[in-house]
Design a protein around this ligand. Structure first.
Ligand code: TYD
Ligand code: MG
Length: 453
């Protein structure tokens, strides 16, 4: 009998080496190489399926591939108009954020319209899933629950049942018997995803995989799953808030700029009709340090309140803290305020918070954050009907941003009248209803301060 062959696989990036190495040659991480058995080339049952043949692109029939609509409108929209047959989807997110809930709702919606859906769970018992479905009021005999970890069994079962959709919850709990390493390891996750990809492509049954995200924000440690699947959706949010955002990071069948906004309710995830209104509902009127930002979540404008608190420090080193906003960007903006506007912030503690648990990663938030800090520092309020947007450069200049019209329209529909926008955006502004709006273009942060204080 031949000896079992092993090699060493990096658990971070999946790079392989024939001998143990302290440092991975692929990603440069230390102590990540783990020994794994090289799987023998076995003939899987999939090999018996008819092999696909190349064909001229003009003869490819797309009309026969209508997308499945899950009925969870925001989910369908993020995918670009529903689930494409044969697609392999990856839905990632922190544990407990609501991935299983979302996919159960999607499964129930698809089951109702298109027939049986196979919901495989390696995490929860059938009873637990039933309790959840009851809570969501999504009971259907077309929803087939399968508690199994062995991927071969799952695929065989799926080939037999021919469901309209397969859901795998989660990829970290699944294993292929040929690989000796534990479920959740890079080798297993990669092998399992590869098998599911072949299954989805060859059977035409769309398959959705749930993946937990590690501390550094990657699905299953490495990003190696992302290139294997057709679409990668991230489900994000702050657990203590009800808001959840579904974003497409990659989408072979649609744009990646769409995002879906949900709120986690007692009866599962609900679509939010007016997120801006909800986000601003508890805003204090006329409090120093509060500024409203028009933020683009993909192609969707959202109004978010930025709050800042600046107070004299009691320590040698002033504290700076940012929640929902980049810390380094906060430090930079404070330096710009100090140097270009002359605010004496060196001995001030500063705290900045984007209300609602959203993570703001857009340059347009620079100016509102800077003005919120200035407002708190001077204890002067900014008119609560003002919306601010603009990127701030190191010389204190205010730079142009995109989609100003969409942002202004969203704010105007909620009754905002005053707008402080980058001067560069002013000339090209095409607004249908300009009447009654007071729009000021500012070229520098000091001009912006003159405009609001
Ligand atoms: P879950 O879908 O299990 O998260 P994941 O699969 O991403 O780990 O959802 C977990 C949380 O959602 C849980 O803490 C309870 C909450 N929840 C609700 O608030 N309402 C509901 O109707 C359901 C089903 C869950
Ligand atoms: Mg779950």
């Amino acid at each position: 009998m031949s000896k079992v062959k092993t090699n060493f696989v990096c658990q971070q990036c999946g790079a392989e080496a024939s001998k143990w190495l302290g440092r991975c040659p692929g990603c440069g991480e230390w102590n990540t190489m783990v020994e794994e058995v090289v799987p023998k080339k076995t003939e899987s049952h999939l090999a018996s399926l008819p092999a696909s043949k190349p064909k001229p692109i003009s003869t490819v029939d797309t009309a026969a591939m209508p997308r499945l609509l899950s009925g969870v409108g925001e989910f369908d929209r993020v995918l670009g108009g529903g689930i494409v047959p044969g697609a392999l989807l990856l839905i990632g997110g922190d544990p407990g954020i609501g991935k299983s809930t979302l996919l159960l709702q999607v499964a129930a919606g698809v089951a109702e319209k298109y027939g049986p859906v196979l919901y495989t769970s390696g995490e929860e018992s059938a009873a637990q899933i039933k309790i959840r479905a009851e809570r969501l009021e999504k009971m259907s005999n077309n929803l087939l629950i399968f508690t199994e970890n062995n991927l071969e069994t799952i695929i065989l079962q799926a080939l037999h049942q021919k469901p309209s959709l397969v859901i795998i919850d989660s990829i970290q709990t699944m294993y292929s018997p040929e690989i000796p390493s534990a479920p959740g390891s890079v080798g297993q996750v990669r092998e399992s995803t590869g098998k599911l990809m072949r299954f989805a492509k060859e059977s035409g049954i769309p398959t959705a995989i749930i993946g937990h995200v590690t501390k550094d924000g990657n699905i299953a440690g490495p990003r190696l799953l992302e290139h294997m699947v057709d679409a990668v959706l991230y489900f994000e949010g702050e657990r203590s808030y009800a808001f959840r955002v579904l974003r497409a990071i990659k989408n072979r069948f649609g744009s990646t700029s769409e995002s879906g906004i949900f709120s986690m309710e007692e009866q599962g995830l609900a679509e939010v009709a007016n997120p801006s209104g909800l986000l601003l509902a508890e805003r204090p009127q006329g409090a120093p340090g509060s500024v409203v930002l028009a933020y683009m979540e993909g192609v969707r404008p959202l109004l978010i309140e930025i709050q800042a608190l600046v107070s004299t420090t009691c320590f040698g080193m002033p504290r700076r803290m940012a929640a929902g906003f980049d810390y380094n960007r906060l430090i930079l903006l404070m330096a710009v305020l100090e140097k270009r506007v002359g605010l004496m912030l060196a001995n001030q503690d500063a705290y900045v918070n984007a209300v609602g648990g959203f993570k703001i990663v857009e340059p347009a938030a620079d100016l509102p954050v800077a003005l919120a800090i200035a407002s708190s520092f001077r204890s002067t309020t900014i008119d609560p009907h003002t919306v601010v947007m603009g990127e701030v450069g190191l010389t204190g200049e205010v730079r142009m941003i995109n989609r100003v019209e969409a942002r202004i329209n969203e704010a105007a529909s909620l009754g905002f009248k005053r707008f402080v926008i980058p001067a560069g955006n002013l000339s090209g502004l095409k607004l249908t209803k300009k009447a009654g709006l007071d729009i000021t273009g500012v070229a520098s942060i000091s001009e912006a301060m003159e405009a609001v204080f």
